[in-house]
Design a protein around this ligand. Structure first.
Ligand code: AMP
Ligand code: MN
Ligand code: MN
Ligand code: MN
Length: 283
């Protein structure tokens, strides 16, 4: 049975979550509510390339509830897409706001490009349909997947990803994400901690992964997500050992986007091994 993990002072911590400001389904307020009722005491909202969800709720929190500033930045390292979580930074710092504006433009242009490619495959999707779904929020492939379902081109969003939008497919357009090393630098300039998101998601060899971690460390990255969502104990043990060997602090997060039986709820996380230094000691 998945357990709810309790850390220092019996406080539940979740440092990777999404809201409607990117591709989550709960509004920032609804997420805070759900986290609070699940017993979470320290939360980071880490929307894709956006701090607007965090900003909208940071001054309206329940008592005894700590919200850490957060963001999940889409970056590129050696032509591979790598996600870097920034935590506990100044969300108004100009280096960060400039980066997020740039990333928004990249997301918009990428969505246009994907629409063109789908249209050439006789799946007519235009930007107005995507914006209808995404609203003012950060556009992502999940919104495009939703538009494809609405138009009847695919049965569900999973099929959209598996056939058209996932890694190596037509919609996997790597267009202009910030370099990983620059993203780490900007998180640091704005006073935050850079965390390598979900290291087990990247389909790379161990040698490549270790090279990625070395580059991340050299750029000023401090931590890795030893736990990302529901994961087996052997995966936790693997990344715990890598954190020890490479001298990284440990972070953890559900990567919650929506309530799903097979994915972690906000705050629903296994225990971190107790010997690891934790990223929240740096806040
Ligand atoms: P983007 O931010 O536009 O690159 O889209 C990536 C997001 O799509 C991830 O953060 C996930 O939320 C979602 N995603 C990635 N792969 C899948 C998949 N196979 N099925 C459904 N959603 C996915
Ligand atoms: Mn997402
Ligand atoms: Mn991610
Ligand atoms: Mn995420």
């Amino acid at each position: 049975m998945p357990c709810i993990s309790r850390h220092l002072n019996n406080a539940l911590i979740d440092l990777h979550t999404h809201t409607t400001a990117s591709d989550g389904v709960l509004s920032p307020d609804e997420l805070i509510h759900r986290a609070h009722s699940n017993g979470v005491k320290t939360l980071a909202i880490t929307d894709h390339d956006s701090v607007s969800g965090y900003v909208s709720v940071k001054d309206h929190l329940p008592e005894d509830f700590r919200l850490i500033s957060g963001v999940e930045i889409s970056t590129v390292w050696q032509r591979m897409g790598i996600h870097v979580v920034g935590l506990n930074f100044d969300a108004t710092h100009s280096a960060m706001t400039t980066l997020l504006r740039q990333q928004s433009r990249v997301r918009y242009n990428r969505a246009e490009h994907i629409c063109e490619k789908l249209t050439r495959k006789n799946m007519l999707i235009d930007m107005a349909e995507i914006i209808d779904i995404a609203g003012n929020n950060q556009i992502g492939r999940p919104h495009i997947a939703q538009a494809m379902v609405t138009k009847g081109y695919v049965k569900n969003t999973n099929v959209a990803f598996n056939k058209y939008l996932g890694t190596g497919k037509l919609g996997d357009v790597k267009s202009g994400w910030v370099d990983m090393l620059d993203a780490v630098d900007i998180i640091r300039q704005s006073g935050g901690i850079a965390v390598l998101a979900h290291p087990d998601h990247y389909k790379m060899t161990r040698t490549k992964l270790l090279a990625l971690l070395d580059a991340f460390r050299c750029a000023g990255g401090h931590a890795i997500e030893v736990i990302s969502g529901k994961q087996h104990g052997d995966i936790t043990a693997k990344y715990a050992q890598i954190a020890r060997d490479k001298g990284f602090y440990a972070s953890l997060g559900s990567d919650f986007h929506r309530p799903l039986s097979y994915a972690a709820d906000v705050g629903e996380l296994p225990e971190l091994p107790s010997d690891l230094p934790t990223v929240w000691t740096l806040f």
